[in-house]
Design a protein. Sequence first.
Length: 604
Amino acid sequence: MNGPGPRDTRAPGAAPPPPRSGGLADIVWEETGAPRQRVAVSVRGAGGVRHLTVRALRQEVLALAKGFLGSGIGPGDRVGVMCVTRYEWTLVDFALWSIGAASVPVPYGSPVAEAEWILGGSRARACVVEDVDQAMTVAPLLSRLPGLHRLWQLDAGGLDLLYRAGAGCDDSAVHRHRRAVGPGTVASVVHTAGTTGPPKACLITHGNLRAAADRLLHVYGDVLESREGVGVLLHAPFEDVTTRVVQLAALLTGGGIAHQPPCSPTELRATLKELRPDVLVTEPRTTEGLVAAFRESAEREGRAGAFGAALDIAVRHAEARERGGLGSGARVRVQHDVLDRRIYSDLRESLGGNLRHVLLCGTGMRRRPGLFWAGIGVRAHESYGLTELTGAVTLGPPGRLRQGTAGLPLPGTTLHVDETGHLWVRGEHTSTSYAADGAPLPRHDWVATGDLGRLDPDGRLTVLGRVDDLLVTADGTQVMPLPLEEEVRAHPLVVHCVVVGHGRPYVGALITLDPRAVAHWLRMCGRRPLTPRELTHDPELLAEIHRVVLTANRKAPAGAAIRTFRVLPGRFTAEQGLLTRASQPRRRRVEQVHAAEVEALYRV
């Protein structure tokens, strides 16, 4: 066995038994205990919200599955999907699963080289894309990849073409293929984030996804329990396996789901008010964006001081409740009760009124914002996952939540942090295989995550950063950049911070700004708009960022503080190859593209 032994691990309870037969499409075809007329999916559109019952969803899945068959897609084939989070992705998944085919997520906005790597390496025969920009990315590959033959564009009637292609296909053909699907059938070819190298393709089976959904329900069944209307709003990328696992878990309870593509905090709040979900599935940066939007609204209305005080009381109250008390003293409890009626209830209502849980696909939310959410009555649950183990392996449990950590291992998962701080994981029933050789990962062996972590006495995980990210300055000082970067990024003006300094005399940083937040800041300062280039030399802005860096440095070990920084005129984008699909900077690529700016940090 490679990796660590079983000592000093944090082992949870037993995993639910693996599925013995059937595939994921059976979720919409077989009775789950929910009435056929219960709403399964709510779809927002220009004409309002369209509510699809279980029966209506089945009919749309059937029609699209026949369309794929009529277009030459059959069992064992793979179809790329390159679009944002939307109902059509769910529909494509279930249609492909119904005929024994598999989906291949391609991150929306991927450059041609990345799309070619993913579609070519997975041997995709066709691709469904969102819009003309994605079509222009994939279209040249039709002549370069020998197996890729078809392309459907969603906003140009691509699904209608498929429906027409399947008009002459008999329903029984779909059902025959569906019944032949088993737990070992490949459901999706999902690529790793590719933080430090080319993404690896993992073959995720129907059994993997169902086991992952079952282990989530083992902990989160009460949270995801079905109710009338929209129970879960999906606002995280579908190329993240965890998002699709949560979707499956919600449908298994008979609950309703809805989708929200990437949008501004204002647009998200409008969707939440319209659909009124109980659970929001999103990324850590979304919750921080909502807090920034709350703060900006208060500043525009001249209530910045009141909002700041309310935020502090929410944090103090949530901290005390984490320790097992009702609040940090009678005075704070009374203040919290008053603020709950005057401010917190309004904030909850601006999020739809029903929202009580936010499931975060990933780590990175700082402890203070998490405590703020808990303090206003909405619990934010961070997770940590691996594509190789079918998504989330840890999650903040509803009853034992501690903000600032990635939670406890899900059932059937075990974590180990070795003496060097390296994090190892193993899981039952969710181990995948790499597409390159088809060899399955050892089911009961350890997987090296490439991350550094820490386990508290109760087994909660804190992720400290990537092993490869560790910097060693010229004098031998070791610097883990992630904690510093997160402290700087916590400021509303900052989008990304990349700490540099390996082999250099001291630590520096490259910083990118949020244009929307900068525009608000300039308005509040009574100043005119500035161009991106002007911002990089603006004394007032640089002084504000300098204060942010000084605050972050207070938590840095000796010799690891940021000595100098450079504000960049543009943002890091996936199209430049500078961000992973989880919007995390690819550190080596950033340093290559911005080599001149890095050198300027050390110019005497």
